[in-house]
Design a protein around this ligand. Structure first.
Ligand SMILES: Cc1ncc(COP(=O)(O)O)c(C=O)c1O
Length: 310
């Protein structure tokens, strides 16, 4: 058990400075903290290479524009800061987050236009949605009574920290003996869970919700990989009954890739074991982490005599 005041290793970029993650701080008056008024994105580094950095940066810049915020750096500047956080941390497998908060108003004004947007980035060790044991056997997911915040209230395609529904759902799942949770929308269709999208595979076709969810980069990659395997994908409403009756169910996330669900509310999905398509997609997904077209190497500066440092 880690000490309660311990931190993982890692490096943050705050107020234009690189710091050990344990020393990174923001103001308590930042709207990101007070109002969840922020957007963010998470990209991972695997064996020293960013995976689909271009897609994560694109989604982040779109989210920033949708929230009417201004990033103090351009696309290349952003990529350079993310790379520098990883390089300084020395981490070969990293979870890399870029955040723009509404920031703080010098006068504590209630007008969001008065706030000065605050850019933060950090790299910490790669973190998984599931443990290795859970990935091998698949998890038991609960379909919660808690509803996902409607898309009409908070745009889920803008990656955000409105997670109280997802966290309430997690507690609901734990109380019911489950290991993780899926929330439904107001119409009762399955939406997503804390940090992942969901797919159901039935009769050789895959289905995934297309409304009220974050358009996950891993979801997009899973759809592309299904295409390569000639598995048709139907993005659209996915009812809870269809999910329960599927041959296979899997989750997708930057924090773990393509991960099997083998029970829903305690009842087996298919034969209760991770499905064959899930396993093939998972293998393809990780194999692509070597593809130069999908990855960007981190410059750790070893050739320039720079080791791990902050
Ligand atoms: C609510 C939500 N849905 C889905 C995802 C999966 O998105 P991605 O594949 O881009 O990691 C995330 C990622 O954190 C998320 O927070």
């Amino acid at each position: 058990m880690a000490e309660p005041d311990a931190f993982p290793p890692g490096v943050a970029y705050v107020d234009g400075t690189y710091l050990p993650i344990a020393e990174a701080r923001i103001s308590v008056l930042d709207w990101g903290f007070l109002r969840s008024d922020a957007t963010y994105d998470v990209v991972h580094v695997w064996r020293g290479r960013f995976f689909r950095l271009d897609l994560h940066i694109e989604r982040f810049l779109r989210s920033v524009a949708r929230l009417r915020m201004t990033l103090p750096v351009d696309r290349d500047g952003l990529a350079a800061i993310l790379g520098e956080c990883v390089a300084r941390s020395g981490l070969r497998d990293a979870y890399v987050e870029m955040i723009l908060t509404r920031g703080r108003s010098p006068t504590f004004s209630r007008d969001p236009r008065d706030a000065v947007n605050n850019f933060i980035a950090f790299a910490v060790p790669f973190g998984w949605v599931m443990t290795a044991e859970q990935r091998a056997r698949g998890i038991d997911v609960v379909i919660a009574g808690t509803k996902r915040i409607p898309a009409e209230s908070v745009d889920p395609t803008v990656k955000n920290y409105h997670w109280l529904d997802l966290v309430a759902g997690l507690f609901e799942a734990y109380d019911r003996g489950g290991e993780n949770v899926l929330l439904t929308d107001m119409d009762g269709n399955v939406a997503e869970g804390p940090g992942f999208n969901v797919f159901a595979v039935t009769g050789g076709r895959a289905a995934t919700p297309d409304r009220g969810v974050l358009e996950g980069i891993t979801r997009r990659i899973a759809i592309e990989l299904c295409g390569e395997l000639q598995v048709p994908v139907d993005p659209g409403p996915l009812g809870a009954a269809a999910l329960r009756g599927a041959d296979e169910v899997f989750l997708t996330s930057t924090a773990g890739g393509i991960m099997p669900v083998t029970r829903i509310d305690g009842a087996p999905v298919g034969d209760g074991r991770p499905g064959p398509l899930t396993a093939r997609l998972d293998a393809l997904y990780w194999a692509r982490h070597e593809d130069p077209g999908w990855t960007t190497p981190v410059d750790y500066g070893e050739t320039r005599g720079r080791g791990s440092r902050c």
